[in-house]
Design a protein around this ligand. Structure first.
Ligand SMILES: [Zn+2]
Length: 386
């Protein structure tokens, strides 16, 4: 099979020219979100760059929006797209025939069909796994297509020692059903513990209030920077917390349970974790980080109903507001069980994780155990080439 390298060269030049044009336009008009940038740049870029088709134009705009996705990038000079830099191809710009090992790529002069080869393990991955985007580039006389594939996640193992519950809170970012308070001494890094985090936050809070009262453009700029810094600090902490939680659950053969914050929007009273935006953003982020880190290592993950997790007694089941005599403290009015309120909540969450897992994974709890073994021995679904 033959293909024209000239057509691919033209494709790269055209796509990078388009991206460079859109990039300048984005910065001039201070427009970086993909939808607005599309409205702004689609027609101009098609008029400006000859041979750029509709799909390539859409891709170029998305690429520029991606380049400016973090706020710092929007402060710098226009993002540079070198004429011969790698060009991302998505599913609309390429199609694969994996049996014949050929890929069809968009170019300004029509599609070209190109045979491909590679290292045996890479070819195997491309054959068997779902293909995402690919970067087309020319290096040292060879056309390369760097392909992103989606690795299958291992199926979640059956937790042999129950679940580890994680209570997310305002005072403590996370408390596990083992009683670990996070961030705390269990985590590395400069932030010593929740006390330290709180102090930092309170200082920021006061600073914010002061700046908001001022209301000058300079004050607003400082506010934006502060919020970025706070977001980065929370993101870093959430990574550390979720890493610790997943490692601990994996080591002890347990699943992980957290409160489901999505399903409670409709309720009359806001859940205690949903009251402040930055916080609820951080709680959702911790759930997401924990979910994907758990999936990566095959640790079971459950989101549980958050109702009354802070008022219920994990020992006798008594649910009452009176079980919370003081802030941060739990004392069961029926059986006398007492402890750190977040720790008790985490134990409730862990118990609900066990129950939730059983409902989903053992629908025939009274049936034959072999039924379950069959389900588990089934290989995980993967989109193989057919
Ligand atoms: Zn009790």
């Amino acid at each position: 099979m033959r293909f024209s390298g000239d057509a691919l060269t033209a494709a790269i030049l055209v796509c990078n020219q388009a991206a460079a044009f859109v990039s300048r336009l984005a910065l001039q008009q201070r427009t970086f979100a993909v939808l607005e940038l599309h409205r702004l740049a689609y027609h101009p870029v098609r008029a400006q760059v000859a041979g750029l088709g509709a799909r390539a134009a859409v891709r170029a705009i998305a690429r520029v929006a991606g380049a400016y996705a973090n706020r710092r990038a929007t402060k710098k000079p226009a993002h540079v797209f070198r004429p011969y830099g790698a060009v991302p191809y998505d599913a609309r710009l390429m199609s694969w025939n994996r049996d014949a090992r050929i890929v069809s790529l968009w170019t300004p002069t029509g599609r070209v069909t190109v045979p491909y080869t590679g290292r045996p393990e890479d070819l195997k991955a491309v054959e068997a796994l779902p293909i995402g985007e690919a970067d087309l580039l020319y290096r040292r006389g060879v056309w390369l297509l760097q392909v992103a594939v989606t690795l299958p996640e291992p199926a979640a193992r059956k937790p042999i020692n129950g679940f580890m519950g994680v209570d997310q809170g305002v005072a403590n970012l996370a408390v596990t059903s083992d009683g670990a308070v996070l961030p705390g001494t269990a985590l590395p890094g400069p932030v010593g513990g929740n006390g330290h985090v709180r102090t930092l936050r309170e200082r920021r809070h006061r600073q914010r209030r002061r700046l908001q009262r001022k209301g000058t453009p300079a004050a607003r700029r400082v506010l934006r920077r502060l919020s970025g810094r706070e977001h980065r600090m929370m993101t870093d902490l959430n990574h550390q917390i979720s890493k610790y939680v997943v490692r601990e659950a994996e080591r002890t053969g347990r699943g992980i349970a957290l409160e489901d914050l999505q399903g409670i929007r409709g309720r009359a009273r806001a859940h205690r974790l949903q009251r402040r935006t930055l916080r609820s953003w951080a709680f959702a982020q911790q759930i997401e980080f924990t979910r994907y880190k758990a999936a990566r290592v095959g640790v079971a993950f459950e989101l549980v109903d958050p109702a009354y997790t802070s008022q219920a007694c994990p020992t006798c089941g008594c649910v009452s507001r009176a079980n919370r005599p003081a802030r941060g403290r739990f004392v069961c009015t029926r059986c006398g069980l007492a402890g750190h309120a977040d720790h008790i909540a985490a134990r409730n969450i862990a118990a609900r994780g066990v129950a939730g897992w059983a409902v989903v994974n053992q629908p025939h709890a009274t049936g034959l155990p072999s039924a379950r073994r069959d389900r588990e021995s089934k290989p995980p679904a993967s989109a193989g080439g057919s």
